[in-house]
Design a protein around this ligand. Structure first.
Ligand SMILES: C[C@H](O)CC(=O)SCCNC(=O)CCNC(=O)[C@H](O)C(C)(C)COP(=O)(O)OP(=O)(O)OC[C@H]1O[C@@H](n2cnc3c(N)ncnc32)[C@H](O)[C@@H]1OP(=O)(O)O
Length: 705
């Protein structure tokens, strides 16, 4: 078997230990490497000529991406996973206890078990490349750092900083890593190896000096202070997770036990909690998101057809969406953009939108003013159609008005090249209707972003009947360059995401009209695992926007989309949500806690109560979403249950720990869901009628995954 580790003895007594897992794009840690590393360490110990070790990666742009997630997924029992963690502890311990200096030279991703490996070295130096990122992202997989990270990191950078890294999974850049004491030095990639060799030659084990703030030092320095830190962290975690994610509380427990008792105790607790988490349903669901997104990165969206390069993009409309799209195109994709609007105000909006986002990065020292200005120089504007001729793709983000979109299609066909793609950011109009005005309908496609564009990870790429495979592939690749996860969906009112969201929101409105209070509803769905409740969401999206989409969906998809009567009254009262400061909640008050605008009850003639159990409220809204998601699969709107899961999680914030609507149905059982839908249908009407696929699955016992 080809080896993953090799040792190169230099004349100066330093041995370079290179990790390069054969046949893999990235290094990951696997159980089978244990004996290989131990053998190598024994060889090092037995060689008195070796004065120091430098650990490097043989991969071009990455260090080690953590433990192999597939290996973890294959664990049958908690004990299996606990043993993996124990084995890791032993190997890292053996490395750490070498009595010659061991220096990790880090370039590229150094994550999870990869960072834990580096933490077991005596010193760390990293490259200043923007590819170099260090972090413990295990929590995002429903896990905790099981290779000693919960013990070594707090001892190196302090408890508060370590907890912050482990509880958020955030990745730190070289400069930050140096500041917090995670690495001893940051150097250009060209001298990384040489610097590491020199560090090893000094023969000293130097602990880096991170800046721990005075407050943190005082708190962490005494048992009482440490207790405050842990209790506070636990309180915040419980509030954030609503009890849905077990990993964060276990991370705090590992650190607490390790820092108050001993490292040996801490490592034991770590291995035990790690074992339990690996076999938890929450981690399985979160891992499925990693596997799905990795798989999706390789798909062109159109079979074997390869995308064409995009050298220039045009954005029509400089509003909130247009500004956001222009911003991700320049900042993430680094593609020059020309923004076209009918007036200068729209153009300056788009420019300032992008500038403000970049400037935030400058203020946080994530980028230099020169980089910001360079990116801004990629963005130019026009009120006429000048400078658009050579655009490879045009994204329109103008008003939701079919006649206006037809005009845009005609303008672009006249002003741009024969192959220029026309992508519409409509959220509700069928793409086939927009393409009716086109002479080259094969170039017309939907590209539906979610607001705020720079934050929301999903885009729907909507192919109508005549969209060419080339147009699909190029649009998918373009969206990916903007940092988005695209799902290709078929044309149809509301596409996928808004369609399943609409029924969920309508049901929340029905419950409101039945007398359930605004905050009770919101709390119920937040407890279920959504990032915000439906009433808050409606205020954010705009009540008027919701009201506009509903009739379109009802017309195209039927009675079950009929919006509750409340909308008319709300709009007649000029209640549009946050944007005009009038919605279900009060805006503009200084109080931190959001207050319900009680006048909404008078307007709707309601006496609010919290009489229905929160779980029941959540179920009523969620089963509507589940049933409709399956209908979308049935009708071919989405290509697979996987796409449906990712679309709902990334587009709506469907609780990630449930793995998406389809994985959740698998957990519930289609038969149980059908029973529940039928029960609701008997009481509340036809809109709950289970779809055919669910009925079949209830009988056959089939699953989506
Ligand atoms: C005991 C420990 O504490 C437990 C752990 O370490 S758990 C693992 C923690 N690590 C992580 O969560 C990191 C997971 N990986 C990533 O986030 C991203 O892959 C990355 C940021 C490192 C790189 O992203 P990107 O450049 O887009 O490359 P990406 O396509 O995702 O990955 C490249 C390949 O590496 C694989 N890969 C990356 N990290 C992996 C991991 N930890 N396990 C298994 N495979 C992994 C991918 O599956 C993909 O394989 P393929 O080429 O065969 O399809």
């Amino acid at each position: 078997m080809e080896k993953s580790f090799s040792l190169n003895r230099l004349e100066n007594g330093i041995a370079v230990l290179t990790m390069d897992v054969p046949g893999e794009t990235m290094n990951t840690l696997r159980a089978e490497f244990g004996p290989e590393i131990c053998e190598m360490l024994a060889e090092i110990k037995a060689d008195p000529q070796i004065r120091g070790i430098v650990l490097v990666s043989g991969k071009k742009d990455s260090f080690v991406a953590g433990a192999d997630i597939s290996m973890l997924a294959a664990c049958q029992t908690a004990e299996d996973a606990r043993q993996l963690s124990k084995q890791g502890h032993e190997v890292f311990q053996a490395l750490e206890s070498l009595n010659i200096p061991v220096v990790a030279a880090i370039h590229g991703a150094c994550l999870g078990g990869g960072l834990e490996l580096a933490l077991a070295c005596h010193q760390r130096v990293c490259s200043d490349s923007n590819k170099t990122m260090m972090g413990l992202p295990e929590v995002q997989l429903g896990l905790l750092p099981g290779g000693g990270g919960t013990q070594r990191l707090p001892r190196l950078v302090g408890i508060t900083t370590a907890l912050d890294m482990m509880l958020t999974g955030k990745q730190v850049r070289p400069k930050q890593a140096l500041k917090m004491g995670l690495v001893n030095d940051v150097v250009p990639e060209s001298i990384l190896l040489q610097t590491a060799i020199e560090m090893a030659l000094t023969g000293k084990k130097i602990a880096p000096k991170g800046k721990v703030s005075l407050v943190n030092r005082l708190l962490e320095g005494t048992p009482v202070g440490r207790n405050i830190v842990f209790d506070q962290a636990l309180k915040q975690v419980n509030k954030k997770t609503q009890g849905n994610y077990p990993a964060p509380a276990k991370i705090i427990d590992c650190v607490r036990q390790g820092m108050t008792k001993s490292m040996v105790v801490g490592l034991d607790v770590e291995a035990s909690h790690f074992g339990d988490l690996v076999v938890s349903a929450e981690s399985a669901a979160l891992r499925s998101i990693f596997f799905a997104t990795t798989e999706m990165k390789k798909e062109s969206g159109a079979g074997d057809v390869q995308p064409k390069p995009v050298h220039k993009a045009v954005i029509l409309g400089g509003g909130l969406m247009g500004g956001g799209i222009a911003s991700v195109t320049t900042t993430k994709a680094k593609i020059p953009v020309r923004v076209k609007d009918i007036n200068e105000t729209g153009l300056s909006n788009a420019l300032s939108y992008a500038y403000k986002l970049l400037d935030k990065g400058v203020k946080r020292r994530h980028m230099t003013p020169a980089v910001r200005d360079n990116i801004m120089s990629l963005m130019t504007t026009t009120t006429e159609y000048t400078g658009v001729k050579d655009a490879d793709i045009v994204v329109e983000a103008v008003f939701e008005d079919l006649a206006l979109k037809h005009q845009m299609v005609k303008d672009i066909e006249r002003e741009c090249g024969e192959e220029t793609i026309f992508a519409s950011n409509t959220s509700s109009l069928p793409i086939s209707q927009i393409a009716e005005a086109a002479e080259r309908p094969e170039n017309v496609i939907g590209l539906h972003y979610f607001s705020p564009v720079e934050k929301m990870p999903l885009v729907e790429v909507i192919a109508h009947e005549k969209t060419s495979a080339q147009t699909i592939a190029t649009t998918v690749a373009f969206a990916r360059k903007q940092g988005k996860t695209p799902i290709v969906v078929q044309d149809g009112a509301g596409f996928y995401v808004n369609r399943i969201l609409a029924l969920y929101m309508n049901e929340a409105a029905n419950l409101l009209l039945e007398g359930q209070s605004v905050d009770h509803l919101d709390k119920a769905l937040v407890k279920f695992g959504f990032p915000v409740g439906p009433m808050t969401l409606l205020d954010e999206v705009g009540i008027d926007v919701g009201a506009k989409i509903s009739p379109i969906l009802e017309k195209e998809l039927g009675e079950r989309f009929k919006a509750p009567a409340a909308f008319d009254k709300l709009l007649a009262d000029e209640r549009k949500g946050r944007k005009n400061g009038k919605g279900f909640y009060q805006y503009g008050s200084k109080s931190k806690k959001k207050q319900v605008d009680e006048t909404v009850y008078t307007l709707l003639g309601l006496s609010p109560s919290a009489s229905t159990d929160a779980t029941e409220l959540a179920q009523r809204c969620v089963v509507q979403m589940l049933n409709e998601a399956v209908r979308c699969l049935e009708e071919g709107i989405i290509a697979s249950a996987r796409d449906g899961d990712i679309g709902a999680i990334f587009g709506i914030g469907f609780p990630p720990f449930l793995g998406g609507p389809f994985r959740y149905i698998d957990t519930l059982g289609a038969d149980k869901l059908v029973e529940q839908l039928n029960r609701y249908a008997n009481v509340h009407g036809e809109r709950f009628k289970p779809c055919d696929t669910l009925l079949e699955m209830a009988t056959s016992g089939a699953q989506f995954h």
